[in-house]
Design a protein around this ligand. Structure first.
Ligand SMILES: Nc1nc2c(c(=O)[nH]1)N[C@H]1C(S)=C(S)[C@@H](COP(=O)(O)O)O[C@H]1N2
Ligand SMILES: [Mo]
Length: 263
């Protein structure tokens, strides 16, 4: 582990970056590096994109680092307890509406047409017939009031309901021994999770927020909600699901963020 200077494997400072920002946050950076939460090659460029700020803005850098570090603290204790439930909350704590985030502004959201939308299935799945929104709505629902934590340094408690993902995977005859589940989204976002997370009891394909249909900015008609992963591991506006043994990566993962990012 590094001593005295910011860990060079986490940050590759470029010319013009204020070194003192990194020096101030050295402890956090070392902690994150030790736990391998961010892949070695993550750049200040990736951080700039995440925060939407200039990385020389001390507050922004610190917020990202704190969120990553705190989240990892919270999940460390759960890591060796498969199927252990993440904390749940009361209805009174639910934030309405949810807090929006995407790799673009809320004004750029392109609404999905529920009448023509289809969920496509691919890969290691026996029944690859696509699903309409009506068919998805007819599935049994469960509800979780859980915390959403974004690496940007904010979080909120949300009330999500929809079909349990394990139930859905069993229903379509997915190979539950496969390694990954990958997602394609209407906005060209992609993401993937490990099968253990897909089968976790608190992972659902959400169609409702606070008992009302999920609205346009939050992933209408279908988005993933996991209780044990960071925000970016929860794809919105899902259009395709693939079960595979080939590492799929994802939008942020490909930019250097740790693929696991959670339990
Ligand atoms: N399709 C899609 N899904 C996405 C994103 C995105 O840009 N596009 N952003 C991710 C990130 S970084 C976060 S924090 C959450 C935000 O979900 P929310 O708007 O419901 O809070 O969505 C995740 N899923
Ligand atoms: Mo996020």
């Amino acid at each position: 582990m590094s001593t005295g200077t910011p860990s060079p494997s986490v940050f590759r400072p470029k010319d013009g970056i204020d070194q003192s920002v990194l020096e101030e946050n050295r402890k956090l950076i070392e902690e994150i590096d030790r736990r391998k939460l961010l892949r070695g090659a993550v750049s200040l460029g990736a951080l700039t994109m995440l925060t939407g700020c200039d990385v020389t803005d001390r507050g922004a850098v610190q917020a990202v680092l704190r969120a990553v570090s705190t989240f990892n603290d919270k999940v460390q204790e759960l890591i060796f307890r498969p199927n252990h439930l993440a904390p749940t909350f009361s209805e009174a704590q639910v934030v309405k509406p949810p807090r929006f985030n995407a790799f673009y502004e809320i004004t750029e959201v392109k609404p999905v047409d529920g009448a023509t939308w289809k969920l496509e299935l691919a890969g290691l799945i026996k029944d690859k017939r696509s699903w309409t929104a009506q068919q998805i709505y007819a599935l049994p629902e469960q509800e979780w009031i859980i915390r959403h934590i974004c690496v940007e340094g904010w979080d909120y408690i949300g009330q999500w309901s929809g079909v349990n993902f394990r139930h859905f995977l069993e229903r379509i005859g997915a190979d539950l021994t496969a390694k990954y589940v990958a997602f394609k989204c209407a906005d060209d976002y992609t993401g993937s999770i490990d099968m253990a997370t897909a089968l976790h009891p608190q992972t659902i394909l959400a169609t409702k927020y606070a008992r009302q249909p999920v609205t346009d900015p939050f992933g209408f008609p279908l988005r993933l909600r996991t209780a044990t992963k960071l925000g970016f591991k929860n794809p919105k506006w899902i259009t395709a699901i693939e079960v595979t043994n080939t590492y799929p990566g994802g939008y942020w993962e490909n930019k250097g963020f740790n693929w696991h990012s959670g339990l």
